[in-house]
Every structure is written in structure tokens, then in C-alpha cells.
Design a protein around this ligand. Structure first.
Ligand code: SF4
Length: 409
């Protein structure tokens, strides 16, 4: 039995380290130019070299997203960029555009090329076509059903990668003009402003400025606003369909999202590997996925065309928890050094989470400033402050502290 690779987003070096330490087999990332998440932190050329070294030392792979659709004016600078990164030993390019594929072939003829979901591969003939062009893996369109995925894997013989978790586009696998038209930001060049999440009304032509509400429910209408994808419960079917890589969306998402999603899918895959016959989705996995910022979950197109319940009826996210800090070191005397990310007060109840689904609740107490900023006990710690604390249980670097978020009345 082959367990698929777990492929996680790495929007910056910290997210990459967290993804790898929480159990990802591979990460995908973008350079500062020419990836489809230009508004993410992204990696400088030196940063990319460091990231690849870090991942390879731990036996993990790195794929470089070069999945923009460049225009003629971009070709020269894009070629320069590709030549600059060519000496870095990342494991594959992710491309969408045939011209880009040609260019990466020129600068790195032996490197693997993965086809991005933006290329909209929805059938086995298309996958076979790309295989004949030298593509070693195809990320299938999110619009495919389980039966189509299995048939495509079998008949094309090319590796297939499938999104299992994260945001969905209402358009065809990301090819969307909404943002370009409504916000002047081209989604196909990595600048999406997410207008599909906005609320919409009707305006009668002769009465400009008067907005007639379209009511799906008491909160308005969010007619393009997809829920997020979650295929956790279909892992056995995806594995049996021969899927080679399970991809988590979200290079713009925070470290809490990366840690939680990776640790849930890691444990689920390991549990299936141990005993496929006894595999069942644990309540704690679903509960964990409910604690990250999300829009409600849907199985997307996996079992057929999604109905109205795949649309979310509010613009915002479900945000029940927030990050408080990250364990950045554990000292020889056993004290944990914590980098604070959100204001925390002595007496606040926080949860420490780590790899292997570890979880410990703790009442914050006896925080002291780290690095010589006084030895007194702190009543409050602020974002970016480093504090030391003694805990009654073991922690590791990259463990996260989170707490329940106060909901507005
Ligand atoms: S506007 Fe929405 S559907 Fe269009 S690319 Fe952006 S996220 Fe996707």
C-alpha cells in the first residue's frame, strides 16, 4: 500500500519549519516574483536556498511555484529570475503555462516539472498530454470527482496530486476575472482581492446608489462564496484511487492553520497506514480543523456536483481560536522560551499544541522577560516579546500556544 505524500504550503520560513516539524513530507513555496501568491511573504533567492537546505537535511522535498501566467512584458525578467534560481536544488517547478514550462526546461532540463491546478486538468487525455510533454505530476482540477481522479491516475500513468484542504475558488480552479475587473488585481498573476467573498445586492439601473438586498437569509447574499474544502473523511478512497500527493491550500494562511491542518492529516494518514481496516475519522481531528480560521467545510466535487450547501452564507471566517505564542526554545534548565504573538495576561488559559496531536491546557503564570529585560514576574506579555516560563509538562520548539477567542456579543 502506498501512502500519498502530504504536501503543505510554506508562505515563509517559519511556516516551512512548522509544516515540516508537524509532519509534512513536502512543501511548496514561491519566490518573491512570479508565483501565484504575490501578496504572501515569499522567499528571496538566498531564503529559497536556505529553505531547500533545511528541508533536504530532514529528508523533505521543496517545490517552487512558478505558476503565474506571464504576459509578454514579463518574459525577460521571468527568464532572469529562472536563471538565478536554477542552481538551487529544489525538487520540482510548479507551472501552469506552456511557455513557462518551455523556459524552465531551458534553464533546468533535468528538474521535475509539476503541472499546477491552474492548468485545469480535468481528464486522463489531458494528463497524458502533459506527461508526453515531460510533466512528472499533475495537480488535478478541484472540479474532478473521485471516479474521475482514479481513472485519470490509471489511464494516464502520470503522478496525480489532489487538493484535500483549504479555500476553494468559485471559478474554474482559480482562472477568474472577478478580481481583475472589480479590484484591478489580477488573480492569474497572484494578486486576488477575493471579491467572491463580498456581499452582493441588486441595483435598478434608473436608481443608482439604491441597493436592494438579495436575501438568502437574514444576513444577506453571498452568492459566489464557497465553503472551504475538507476531504479528511475521504482519505481511504483517495489512497485507493492511487493519488500520489495530498495538497493543503494556503500559503497566505498563518502558522496556526499550517500546524493544525498538517498534524491532523499526518495522524490520519499514519493511522490508515497502520491499519486500513480500522481507519475511522476521529472526532478530535474534526474538532481540531474547526479551531482554525475557516468558512465552514465542504467535500467539493469529490462525490459529484456540490449543491447550495457548498456556499457559505456569511462573508467572514469562523474564528473560534487565536494564536498566543510559539515556543522558540527550551533552555537547559527546562524553561520554555516563548515568542508572544498576541497580548496575554497572567491567568489566561491557553492550550499548548504540538506535533502528534499533543495538547495541554495551562494557566499562564510566572512569565519573565527573556534576554536580560528584568527578572520580575510579568503580569502581561505583548506581541514580539520573548518570555520564559516553567511548565509542568514537556514542550518542544515549534509548539504553539492558542486560546479561545472572545466572540463579539
Ligand atoms: S475572486 Fe474568488 S474565485 Fe476569483 S480567483 Fe479570487 S478567490 Fe478565486
Amino acid at each position: 500500500m502506498k501512502i500519498p505524500e502530504l504536501l503543505a504550503p510554506a508562505g515563509n520560513m517559519e511556516k516551512l519549519e512548522i509544516a515540516i516539524n508537524y509532519g509534512a513530507d513536502a512543501v511548496y513555496l514561491g519566490g518573491e516574483e512570479f508565483s501565484l501568491r504575490r501578496l504572501a511573504d515569499n522567499f528571496t533567492i538566498d531564503g529559497l536556498a536556505h529553505a531547500v537546505q533545511y528541508a533536504h537535511e530532514r529528508g523533505k522535498k521543496v517545490y517552487l511555484a512558478a505558476n503565474i501566467f506571464p504576459h509578454n512584458a514579463d518574459i525577460g525578467t521571468f527568464g532572469d529570475y529562472l536563471r538565478k534560481v536554477a542552481s538551487i536544488p529544489f525538487d520540482a517547478y510548479i507551472v501552469s503555462d506552456p511557455g513557462v514550462m518551455d523556459m524552465v526546461r531551458e534553464v533546468s532540463p533535468d528538474r521535475e516539472v509539476h503541472l499546477s491546478t491552474q492548468a485545469n486538468t480535468t481528464n486522463w487525455r489531458s494528463a497524458l498530454f502533459w506527461k508526453r510533454q515531460g510533466v512528472s505530476r499533475v495537480n488535478l482540477a478541484r472540479e474532478m470527482s473521485l471516479a474521475d481522479i482514479a481513472e485519470t491516475r490509471e489511464r494516464s500513468g502520470v503522478e496525480v496530486e489532489v487538493f484535500v484542504h483549504g479555500a476553494m475558488c468559485i471559478s474554474y480552479s482559480g482562472r477568474c476575472l472577478l478580481s481583475g475587473v472589480m479590484a484591478g488585481r489580477d488573480a492569474n498573476r497572484g494578486e486576488c482581492a477575493h471579491p467572491c467573498r463580498w456581499g452582493y445586492s441588486i441595483v435598478e439601473e434608473k436608481r443608482p446608489g439604491q441597493f436592494f438586498p438579495v436575501m438568502e437569509d437574514g444576513r444577506g447574499a453571498f452568492i459566489f462564496n464557497s465553503k472551504d474544502l475538507c476531504l479528511l473523511e475521504y482519505l481511504p478512497e483517495l489512497i485507493e484511487a492511487g493519488v500520489d500527493s495530498l495538497k493543503i491550500e494556503g500559503r497566505m494562511k498563518g502558522i496556526h492553520y499550517v500546524a493544525s491542518v498538517v498534524r491532523v492529516y499526518r495522524e490520519a494518514l499514519d493511522s490508515y497506514r497502520e491499519d486500513p481496516g480500522k481507519f475511522e475519522v476521529k472526532k478530535e481531528w474534526l474538532s481540531e480543523l474547526g479551531k482554525i480560521s475557516h468558512r465552514g467545510y465542504t467535500g467539493g466535487f469529490l462525490l459529484g456536483r456540490p449543491g447550495e450547501d457548498a456556499l457559505e452564507a456569511v462573508a467572514g471566517y469562523v474564528r473560534s481560536h487565536e494564536i498566543v505564542g510559539v515556543v522558540s526554545d527550551v533552555l537547559e534548565n527546562g524553561e520554555a522560551v516563548i515568542e508572544i504573538r498576541n497580548r496575554v495576561t497572567s491567568g489566561d488559559v491557553v492550550e499548548f499544541i504540538g506535533k502528534n496531536m499533543s495538547s495541554q491546557f495551562f494557566v499562564m503564570s510566572k512569565m519573565t522577560a527573556h534576554n536580560g529585560a528584568g527578572d520580575g514576574i510579568l503580569a502581561v506579555a505583548h506581541p514580539n516579546q520573548l518570555v520564559r516560563m516553567r511548565l509542568s509538562f514537556p514542550v518542544e520548539r515549534y509548539d504553539l500556544l492558542r486560546r479561545e477567542k472572545k466572540q463579539p456579543d
